[in-house]
Design a protein around this ligand. Structure first.
Ligand code: ASP
Ligand code: MG
Length: 413
């Protein structure tokens, strides 16, 4: 029998009525002949409440204790869910992460999964039971409870699907799938039927925020088909899968804005070996995460070095630059913290020309200045003024027709 993993987010199990509705989805799958493993997140805002409880008693709670506390949110969800299934006449059994030996490293609050004991789950499935597993949690080799980082239940679900060789990992959520762009900003943003892991990774690290990035990485590594769909409506959502040729027919599959960005330019750095290494060593020592780097030679003697970071790292970055700037003979430092990054993503960029021209043209027509441009193989990003970010996203989304479904955009070529 084929196994299917169904993951329900916090909003989908927030109260008794919602748990019953979620249970119906599980029962449907059982009646369709699947063995079902359910992963659930903590109910509603439970995790936030637990964090607030912790901070009330200790502004700096020991991370081991925080994990111990936060893991209880998901345990509540799965045991209640099992009770709902039992009430509906279906045999179910819930487990904590520790009980199924979801082994992680020991990095509390952002642990990474190392292995899962699938045997225990198979054994229960073999007895005809629906198995429920508390998401977001694991246990380290010393028996300490760990958690996987906020939103980590997605990763629990995809990892379980991989370990069990599941047919599919369904992610039930309060949206009906992945959209080409933020529907709150660009009305009519289309829902995608299909997206590749790589596109999804670009979109989620760019702040699309629908799925935990680690979950998509896991899916890619172990080739798990991920289906993001609505827990309210019955219709199909978006499938995240490995790349198929038809994906290349669409030039741009999605667009995003990333706010809270800052840019630092080191103007007139001595153009000689070792200077970039010195600057980035100082930034690394200050634990600054750098997203994009641009260096250009301006003469035989001098170069300009720019990099983009999130505003939360700005103070640390400025201090690091202050320390290193004389050492690399930097003439001046220019900092901007009022920027946003607008990006377009699509595997079709590899085979289509004119994408950059269309993007820059759309921004020009909307009178939006581009402060910096960075690219990857399947992404082009433009740094713009923060106040113009939404207008920029609208202009770009209109230019690439992100309100049309992919097939229609592909036909037009
Ligand atoms: N309950 C955790 C959180 O709120 C994990 C999750 O929802 O996936 O971040
Ligand atoms: Mg989530």
């Amino acid at each position: 029998m084929a196994i299917i993993v169904q993951k329900f987010g916090g909003t989908s199990v927030a109260d008794a009525g919602k748990i019953r509705r979620a249970a119906k989805r599980v029962i449907e799958a059982v009646n369709n002949g699947f063995e079902v493993v359910v992963v659930a997140s903590a109910r509603g805002k439970q995790t936030d409440r637990l964090i607030a409880d912790a901070l009330e008693l200790n502004p700096n709670p020991p991370e081991r204790e925080l994990d111990q506390l936060l893991s209880t949110g998901e345990i509540q969800s799965v045991s209640l869910f099992a009770m709902a299934l039992d009430a509906a006449g279906y045999e179910a059994i819930s487990f904590t992460g520790a009980q199924i030996r979801m082994i992680t490293d020991s990095v509390h609050t952002k642990a990474r999964i190392k292995s899962i004991d699938a045997e225990k789950i198979r054994e229960q499935l073999g007895k005809g039971k629906i198995v429920l597993v508390a998401g977001f949690q694991g246990i380290d080799e010393n028996g300490n409870i760990t958690t996987l980082g906020r939103g980590g239940s997605d990763t629990s679900a995809v990892a379980l699907a991989a370990a069990l060789g599941a047919r599919e990992c369904e992610i039930y959520t309060d949206v009906d799938g992945i959209h080409t762009t933020d529907p709150r900003i660009f009305k009519g943003a289309a829902r995608m039927d299909l997206i590749s892991y790589d596109e999804m990774l670009e979109l989620s690290s760019l702040g699309a925020g629908v799925m935990h990035t680690r979950a998509v990485e896991f899916g890619k590594k172990y080739d798990v088909k991920i289906h993001v769909r609505s827990s309210i409506e019955e219709k199909e959502g978006t499938i995240i899968t490995h790349e198929v040729p038809q994906m290349e027919d669409v030039v741009v599959s999605g667009a995003t804005i990333q706010k809270d960005m800052a840019k630092i330019d080191l103007i007139g750095v001595d153009n000689k070996p070792g200077n970039a290494a010195k600057v980035f060593a100082a930034l690394a020592a200050a634990k600054v995460v750098v997203s994009d780097i641009v260096q250009t030679e301006v003469s035989a003697e001098k170069a300009n070095l720019s990099f983009i970071i999130s505003t939360s790292d700005l103070r640390a970055a400025k201090e690091a630059v202050e320390q290193i700037k004389d050492d690399v003979s930097c003439q001046s430092v220019f900092v901007r913290d009022d920027i946003a990054e607008v990006s377009v993503v699509g595997v079709g960029m590899r085979t289509h020309y004119g994408v950059a021209e269309k993007l820059f043209g759309a921004l020009a027509k909307a009178q939006i200045n581009i402060d910096a441009i960075t690219t990857s193989e399947i992404r082009i990003s433009c740094v713009v003024n923060k106040e113009q970010a939404k207008d920029a996203l609208r202009a770009v989304s209109a230019a690439f027709e992100l309100d049309k479904v992919a097939q229609d955009r592909a036909k037009r070529g």
